[in-house]
Design a protein around this ligand. Structure first.
Ligand SMILES: [Mg+2]
Length: 101
């Protein structure tokens, strides 16, 4: 389902020329959408949080295209980095071993 949706997002973006638009502008859009998640969380509006997370996924999918890579490649790189990561919860956040003092 995720793969099919990602393909649809890419087709949607290409049809609008977004794949060749300015990644710096896309970065601004990303921060706007991230802010919407924070606002929705602050209000306890789970529907809007879901909307925001989806928007961020779409924006990142397109940003990846604009810089000549793919969201799948970026996610695979990220997972490869975290998969064996050890760490501990500290004050409610996960702190990786390398950052523990
Ligand atoms: Mg939004």
């Amino acid at each position: 389902m995720m793969q099919e949706l990602t393909e649809k997002i890419r087709t949607w973006a290409i049809m609008r020329g977004l794949d060749e638009a300015d990644p710096n502008k896309q970065m601004l859009k990303l921060m706007e959408e991230v802010g919407e998640i924070a606002a929705a969380l602050a209000r306890g509006d789970i529907d809007e949080v879901q909307d925001g997370i989806g928007d961020v996924q779409v924006v990142l999918t397109i940003l990846s295209m604009q810089i000549g890579t793919s969201i799948e490649t970026c996610t695979a790189l990220a997972y490869d980095e975290i998969k064996d990561r050890k760490g501990t919860m500290k004050n409610g956040v996960f702190v990786k071993e390398a950052d523990l003092k």
